[in-house]
Design a protein around this ligand. Structure first.
Ligand code: AHR
Length: 490
C-alpha cells in the first residue's frame, strides 16, 4: 500500500467557507415538492403541518443553510399570485416544463417560507423574468418583506401572515440563455437592470441579488454580465454545470448500471468544475478584483437517464457511491474556491437528479450523497486552510485523492478526503506544517462503486467510524478505494 504525504497548514488561513456552499435546490418538478417535501396535513405519512417529518429532520441533521425555490425552468413560468390565499381558490395550471402534469399551487409562497422556518434554513427565491413582469416580481418582494401598509402587505396579512418574512437571496431569472427565455447576454443584462431596480428593500430587509450566469463554459456570458451589470447591481452571478457521464444529453447513461470506463468518465467530467471556477473566476477578477460578486453554483450534480419505468419528465434517479464521489470532489473544489464561490445548491433536495433524499410512501432513504453532506458539515463557516497531498493518479491522469481542509474558531481542523480510484488503497501520512497533531478521529463512507440505498435496504451505505492513528505529532489513516472521509485533527 502506497503512503501519500499530506500536509495541512493551520496558520495559512485563506477564505471563509460560507456555509451556503452546502445548500440545496427544490423545484416543482416530479416528486420533489409534492410527495418529497409536502404531503398535506391529512396524509398518513408522519408530517408537521403537511411537511414530511423525516425530511425536515434529515435536512436539519446536515445543517441545510439555504433552499432555492420554485425552480429551475419552472420559475420562469411561475406566477406567485396563483399560489396564495384559500386553497380552493388557487389556480390549477399545467407544468409545461416537467411532464405537463397538473400543478395545483397548493405549495406556494407561504408554504415554502414556512418549510424553511421548520428546517431552519434561509429561503432563496428565483424570480420570473422569462414570462413574468417587472411589476409582478416587485410585488412579490413587497408581499414577502414589507412591514407597513400597502396593497401587497395587506394582502399578505389577509392571507394569515401578519409580520413579513426576511428574504435575502433573490435570483433574477433562471437559465435566461435557455428555458428562461433564450436571451442573448446583452438583452438579459438590460432586463436584469430593469427588474433589479424595482426589487425594493423594505423594512430593513437586505436583498442579495443573483443574476443569471453562464451555462457551463459560456465564458462570453460571464464577460458580458460583469461588464454590463458587474458590481453596480448584483451580489451574485449563478453558474450551472451538471455532470453527464456520457456527455450526450440524449443518452446520459444509467444511474446504477455503469462500466468502469463510464465511472471514470463521470469523475473526469466532475473535475471540469475546477476549470470552470478558475476561468469564470478569472473573468470576474478583471471587473471585480475585490471579489464583491460571488459565484453562485446554484445547480450542480449528476444527471442520468431516469429510472426505468418512471416518468421521463420527473428526472427521478437513484444514487450510488459514484454520486458520493462526485459530491465529495465538487464540495472540495468549492471549498478551495471559497474566495469566489459564495453559495452552491446541489440539484435537487428530494426525488430529483442527485437527490440527497428519496421517498416512497412512508419511507425516506438517505442517499450516499446525503452522507457526504453530513461528513462535510464541519466545514460550514470555517476558514479554508492550505492543504497539499503528494497524489497518485488513476485511469490516465485523474488525481486519486481529492481534499480540502478548514479550521474552526476553536482551532479544530477538519480535513475531507476522497479516493476515486477503484483499486488503489493508500495510507495518508498527515502532518501539520507548523505544530503537532496530538489527537485525531474520523468518519468514513465507503462501498463498492455501485452500492446504493434502496427502500428495502435503506442503510446499505452509511457513515462508519474510522480508525485514525496518531504518533510523533502526525496522524495516519488508510484511504480505501472508492471512499469519502472526514477527519478531525487537534
Ligand atoms: O434541475 C433541473 C433543471 O435543470 C432546472 O429546472 C433547470 O434550471 C436546469 O436546466
Amino acid at each position: 500500500m502506497k503512503t501519500l504525504k499530506l500536509t495541512v497548514n493551520p496558520l495559512d488561513k485563506r477564505s471563509k467557507i460560507n456555509k451556503e456552499i452546502y445548500s440545496n435546490f427544490s423545484e416543482h418538478l416530479g416528486r420533489c415538492i409534492y410527495d418529497g417535501i409536502f404531503v398535506g396535513k391529512d396524509s398518513d405519512i408522519p408530517n408537521i403541518e403537511g411537511y414530511r417529518k423525516d425530511v425536515i429532520e434529515a435536512l436539519k441533521q446536515i445543517k441545510l443553510p439555504v433552499l432555492r425555490w420554485p425552480g429551475g425552468c419552472f420559475a420562469d413560468e411561475y406566477h406567485w399570485q396563483d399560489g396564495i390565499g384559500e386553497l380552493s381558490g388557487r389556480k390549477k395550471i399545467v407544468n409545461s416544463n416537467w411532464g405537463h402534469v397538473v400543478e395545483d399551487n397548493s405549495f406556494g409562497t407561504h408554504e415554502f417560507l414556512r418549510f424553511c422556518e421548520l428546517v431552519g434554513c434561509e429561503p432563496y427565491i428565483s424570480g420570473n423574468v422569462g414570462s413574468g413582469t417587472v411589476e409582478e416580481l416587485a410585488k412579490w418582494i413587497e408581499y414577502i418583506t414589507f412591514d407597513g401598509v400597502s396593497p401587497m402587505a395587506d394582502l399578505r396579512k389577509k392571507n394569515g401572515r401578519e409580520k413579513p418574512w426576511k428574504l435575502k437571496y433573490l435570483g433574477i431569472g433562471n437559465e435566461s440563455w435557455g428555458c428562461g427565455g433564450n436571451m442573448t447576454p446583452e438583452f438579459y443584462c438590460d432586463n436584469y437592470r430593469r427588474y433589479s431596480t424595482f426589487c425594493r428593500e423594505y423594512s430593513g430587509n437586505k436583498l442579495f441579488k443573483i443574476a443569471c450566469g453562464p451555462n457551463a463554459d459560456d465564458y462570453n456570458w460571464t464577460d458580458v454580465c460583469m461588464r454590463n451589470i458587474g458590481t453596480w447591481g448584483m451580489q451574485g452571478l449563478s453558474l450551472h454545470y451538471y455532470t453527464v457521464p456520457t456527455g450526450n444529453w440524449e443518452h446520459k447513461g444509467s444511474a446504477t448500471e455503469f462500466s468502469e470506463d463510464e465511472y471514470y468518465e463521470t469523475i473526469n467530467r466532475t473535475l471540469f468544475m475546477e476549470t470552470l471556477l478558475t476561468r469564470h473566476g478569472g473573468i470576474m477578477d478583471r471587473y471585480d478584483p475585490q471579489h464583491k460578486v460571488g459565484l453562485i453554483v446554484d445547480e450542480w450534480g449528476t444527471w442520468y437517464d431516469v429510472e426505468p419505468g418512471t416518468n421521463p419528465g420527473f428526472l427521478y434517479q437513484q444514487n450510488t457511491m459514484r454520486d458520493a464521489l462526485v459530491a465529495a470532489i465538487n464540495l472540495n473544489i468549492f471549498n478551495e474556491h471559497s474566495d469566489r464561490v459564495f453559495m452552491a445548491n446541489i440539484a435537487q433536495a428530494v426525488n430529483v437528479l442527485q437527490a440527497v433524499l428519496l421517498t416512497e410512501g412512508n419511507t425516506t432513504v438517505k442517499t450516499p450523497t446525503y452522507y457526504v453532506f453530513d461528513l462535510y458539515k464541519e466545514h460550514q463557516d470555517a476558514q479554508l486552510i492550505y492543504s497539499h497531498i503528494e497524489n497518485e493518479t488513476a485511469y490516465g491522469n485523474i488525481p486519486c485523492v481529492s481534499h480540502s481542509a478548514s479550521i474552526a474558531e476553536d482551532g479544530t481542523v477538519t480535513l475531507t478526503l476522497s479516493n476515486c480510484s477503484l483499486d488503489k488503497e493508500f495510507t495518508a501520512d498527515i502532518g501539520a506544517a507548523f505544530g503537532e497533531i496530538s489527537a485525531a478521529s474520523g468518519r468514513i463512507l465507503t462501498g463498492e462503486v455501485h452500492a446504493l440505498n434502496t427502500f428495502e435496504q435503506p442503510e446499505n451505505v452509511t457513515i462508519k467510524p474510522l480508525d485514525v492513528k496518531t504518533g510523533n505529532g502526525r496522524a495516519a489513516v488508510v484511504i480505501p478505494p472508492c471512499s469519502v472521509m472526514a477527519l478531525t485533527l487537534k
